[in-house]
Design a protein around this ligand. Structure first.
Ligand code: SER
Length: 317
């Protein structure tokens, strides 16, 4: 990895990853791209930013040539709840964009990363300690695109030797950019509302377990996996990663340790609840740990302390 093109750089992962890669590789070696052009964003202001519609393969290729890119980190995609509302757009963007990015990686011999998700599993998948290799029959459009994406990345690796790598991210919690339209978004909203109102109404029901991870661990996982020697990777697309398996009431308890008056109630959204119930309760990350030393640092308690502190600082600045 020397010069990296990031698609969807203004999204939740992209915002944190762009900043970290600029620090690590230098601002001239990270080309952040997105289909939006916001006025005040650190991604746009603190380095190179280009407009890019990933459904336009020629445009992707032109940027790769212009900046002599050697690695693509392809993040542009719709999340689970939005994809349920707009299934055709989700297919066109998630699959069309991925196919274009993979083709450009093949033609220009680029290293490649794109995230998969716990959404790539379905109701028939073993729910507890879901293994790395298991039954994947998702029942959401998002999941259909994620499983197809995993297969497509494997195909490009096996058939053309493109160095494709991926992880199945759980819900990601961060204080920089908000996630847009995911099922696990409650786990981010809860911190904002805890500080604002000392109360939160969860759209995911009590007792619903989902995997989660703090963004610094997610960014670290991407970098570690991309820097792992190819010969160490037995599995490819995509590795299970997670740092905790949690329910809404677990967040409540962790937040109450800092804000004792915090209270949680529930107004369940049937669409997102059904999605959550089709996903695993907890996934097994042993292969990621063994093959490229995945080792998340943040527990629920440590993440909660950091999240609340960072959000407080943000509200004061
Ligand atoms: N956080 C994502 C979502 O909820 C899962 O990959 O859609």
């Amino acid at each position: 990895m020397k010069t990296i093109l990031i698609t969807g750089a203004l999204g939740q992962i992209g915002t944190a990853l762009t900043a970290r890669l600029r620090e690590k590789f230098g601002v001239d070696h990270v080309i952040a791209t997105d289909i939006q052009r916001p006025e005040n964003s650190t991604v746009v202001e603190n380095g190179i930013f280009e407009y890019l519609d990933v459904t336009d393969q020629l445009a992707v290729e032109q940027l790769v040539e212009k900046y002599q890119i050697d690695t693509i980190i392809h993040l542009a995609a719709l999340l689970s709840a939005v994809a349920e509302e707009k299934p055709q757009l989700a297919w066109e963007l998630n699959m069309g964009g991925l196919m274009n990015a993979l083709e450009v990686a093949r033609i220009h011999d680029l290293k490649f990363f794109t995230p998969s998700s716990i959404g790539a599993f379905g109701p028939q998948t073993p729910k507890v300690q879901t293994p790395q290799v298991t039954l994947q029959r998702p029942t959401t459009m998002y999941g259909v695109t994620k499983v197809s994406g995993e297969l497509l990345c494997d195909y490009y690796f096996q058939k053309f030797g493109v160095d494709t790598r991926s992880v199945r991210f759980p819900g990601l919690i961060s204080y920089e950019a908000l996630p847009g339209g995911g099922t696990t978004d409650y786990a981010v909203d809860i911190y904002y509302e805890a500080l604002k109102k000392q109360a939160y109404t969860s759209f995911i029901d009590k007792g619903t377990y989902m995997d989660m991870m703090y963004m610094p661990d997610a960014v670290d996982a991407i970098i570690r996996l991309m820097e792992a020697p190819s010969e160490n990777l037995i599995h490819r697309n995509a590795f299970n990663v997670s740092a905790m398996s949690v329910r809404p009431e677990d967040f409540e308890k962790a937040i109450q340790a800092h804000i004792p008056e915090f209270s949680l109630d529930f107004e369940v959204d049937p669409i997102r609840q059904a999605i959550a119930e089709s996903w695993p309760n907890s996934i097994d990350t042993i292969q990621a740990r063994k093959e490229w030393d995945f080792s998340p640092e943040y527990t629920l308690e440590k993440m909660t302390a950091d999240m609340l502190e960072k959000l407080k600082e943000k509200s004061l600045s």
